[in-house]
Unconditional design. Structure first.
Length: 130
């Protein structure tokens, strides 16, 4: 499982990274590869180099925003199976709906609760197995 965490905050990337390690327990975490990017441009560079299964994506970032990343990923046929989970402070109903329309597969609002992250990942990974 390859997971890309995209957020301009190093602290948020660390929190999500540690949470992913707790979510994917033995023996699965041995198969877990975590990648990090601090903006959309870095995320695109990782996507070109690695097959990303799940992307946890912030909305507000410099250089290339979360919505721009979602559009770029969904425009590329090779990346269509990547599951995108927005992980952002943008929690209004209109924001959530806009990102789902663009192609996001899930949505988490900061500040994160580990239980909510696990529930979202349960939903996303179940969809991946179908």
């Amino acid at each position: 499982m390859n997971v890309l965490i995209v957020d301009d905050s190093k602290i948020v990337r660390r929190v999500l990274s540690n949470t992913m390690k707790r979510y994917f327990k033995e023996p699965e975490w041995k198969e877990l590869n975590l990648f990090e990017a601090e903006d959309g441009n870095e995320a695109m560079a990782v996507m070109k180099q690695e097959k990303v299964d799940i992307m946890l994506l912030d909305w507000n970032m410099p250089n290339m925003t979360g919505p721009e990343v979602v559009e770029a990923v969904r425009a590329n046929k090779e990346w269509n199976k990547t599951r995108i989970v927005m992980a952002t402070t943008e929690g209004s109903k209109s924001s959530v709906l806009a990102m789902i329309k663009k192609g996001a597969n899930g949505y988490m609002v900061k500040p994160f609760q580990e239980e909510a992250i696990f529930k979202t990942l349960d939903t996303i990974t179940a969809r991946m197995q179908k």
